[in-house]
Design a protein around this ligand. Structure first.
Ligand code: NAD
Ligand code: AKB
Length: 320
């Protein structure tokens, strides 16, 4: 296990869907004063140290790292798959140059360890669709996927060339009740729960039979903490580990919700996000993560549905 008392952590993109929950988990684990949250968007709740920081402001990032003696960076700031297609150049700039600035910190500052989240968006139309292997054909079609694939290779390069302890997973679509997603193709799987409770119906932007890999937020946070805490010699892959929990279609998710809300209705109006979803794979082989650092998911579709509905009902009934 890492010496939790010595790590001083910087989180970028900390007010996004994952950052909101990961920052809280890091504060619980390492202590509130050991975690500095940053983003270009202020947090809804003031829960600890926060600084506005644009990932493209390389000079300011360095100052923040030096002023705070940062040792570890969780680099979450990015523009996601669907939003990314509105402005490909900006997406490339934020996703790629943002990562390069963070990796460079490992060469000339106190930063020794970095977490970079990759995505199932690195896969493409010529990638094997079922049980997608760890090492396989990568032909991403979105600028987001291209930036994640290039990012994985840069992470590996900085590890090989400069010995930087950089670790990464290819997250599937993440489902959470605590925070809303920020412009991805898997966002329907969060929206559907809010609309099921508030309206009793949902219009899905993907077709009924679009199967995608997904994961409940609790599992993704635990995976991240476990990966980062694992002894360095257990981390055999320095691009990014495949990571898996469940795969389902919108129709299967609706059926799971109907077990609790029998009158729930779903209709389908596929939009431009359908082509992105169709370019991704259906299920993921994550044996390497399970073997190397002991990854094991806890939530399947029905367990996740029950937890999402329970938490969101509480939230809406309390008028939050
Ligand atoms: P999100 O869109 O909810 O959050 C991203 C955050 O980055 C936002 O708060 C945004 O304000 C911030 N950001 C954007 N541009 C910035 C800039 N120039 N400087 C600083 N901050 C900036 O995304 P998320 O779902 O929380 O994803 C976090 C990370 O995990 C991303 O790298 C994403 O690619 C990856 N990921 C997420 C999922 C998922 O399903 N949520 C799946 C795979 C990978
Ligand atoms: C998106 O849909 O863009 C993200 C992801 C899978 O990377 N949720």
């Amino acid at each position: 296990m890492a010496d939790t008392n010595k790590e001083i952590i910087l989180v970028t993109g900390a007010t996004g869907q994952i950052g909101t929950v990961l920052t809280e988990a890091l504060r619980d684990h390492y202590g509130i004063d050991h975690v500095l949250a940053t983003d270009i968007k202020k947090p809804e709740v003031d829960a600890g140290r926060f600084e506005m920081l644009d990932i493209l402001n390389t000079q300011r990032i360095k100052e923040v790292v030096q002023d705070n003696g940062i040792t570890t960076v969780y680099h979450l700031a990015a523009i996601l798959s669907a939003s990314g297609e509105w402005n490909p150049q900006k997406t490339w700039n934020v996703n790629m140059n943002g990562l390069m600035s963070i990796l460079e910190l490992g060469r000339d500052t106190s930063v020794t360890k970095i977490f970079f989240p990759s995505s199932i968006a690195v896969f493409g139309l010529s990638t094997p669709r079922v049980h997608t292997p760890q090492d396989t054909v990568m032909t991403p079609t979105t600028v987001y996927g291209i930036s994640k694939e290039a990012g994985e290779l840069w992470c590996n390069y900085y590890h090989q060339r400069f010995g930087l302890d950089v670790r990464s997973v290819r997250y599937p679509g993440i489902i959470s009740y605590q925070s809303m997603p920020g412009g991805g193709t898997t966002d329907y799987a969060v929206d559907i729960f809010h609309q099921a409770i508030l309206q009793g119906q949902y219009t899905c932007f993907l077709k009924a039979d679009t199967r995608l890999p997904m994961m409940y937020m609790d599992d993704s946070i635990r995976a991240t903490l476990e990966l980062m805490a694992a002894p360095s010699d257990k981390i055999k892959i320095r691009t990014a580990y495949n990571l898996s929990a469940m795969s389902f279609t919108p129709a299967e998710l609706a059926a799971s919700i109907k077990k609790h809300i029998p009158d729930f209705k779903i209709t389908y109006e596929p939009d431009a996000r359908q082509a992105i979803a169709d370019s991704w794979t259906e299920s993921i082989d994550d044996q390497a993560a399970r073997k190397d650092w002991g990854w094991k998911h806890a939530f399947d579709l029905d367990a996740m549905t029950l937890e999402m509905l329970t938490q969101l009902k509480k939230k809406y009934n309390h008028g939050e």
